[in-house]
Design a protein around this ligand. Sequence first.
Ligand code: SF4
Length: 176
Amino acid sequence: MFKKLFNLKPYRKKSPWILHYNAGSCNGCDIEILACLSPKYDLERFGILNNGNPKQSDIFLVTGPVTFRSRERLVELYNQMAEPKVVVAVGSCTCTGGVFRGMYNVEDGIDQYIPVDVYIPGCAATPELIIDGVVKSLEILENKSKSIEVPFKLSANPKETNGIVDRTNMSKKVGQ
Ligand code: SF4
């Protein structure tokens, strides 16, 4: 029961929380993200929640080519998200700079600053493409979860020195 209760992997995949950040977009792709939450597409019925807290989010949905003024916030939000996390670049300008490429105040894509797992092209990216990207990111999230969340158990025979139990190195990963 305890193990089942604290095995978060299935819940994460079935109800991923999203953090949406506008890194200098024209708002076109942001409107399309909001359309994904509208009654026509209604992503929330699948348990996908647009959440404003980086510490509780699994998927980082970013729009915009990254302006000089937004780049620090972008990296800060990325760092605040706990592992495992997946970054999705929504829209052509987020992937490569798009129509803003080469401008004096943009950085030509968010992968100049943070690692990107899924690129969604399009100006603007359509809700269908965004939903495809989120579904793809769930697969990546699951693989990342598997690689870092190895269950562990405490050793049944801890070492004892002069009557003092040595609790260091007591945890042992399953399979080791
Ligand atoms: S990709 Fe196009 S529509 Fe989307 S934010 Fe960039 S400029 Fe706007």
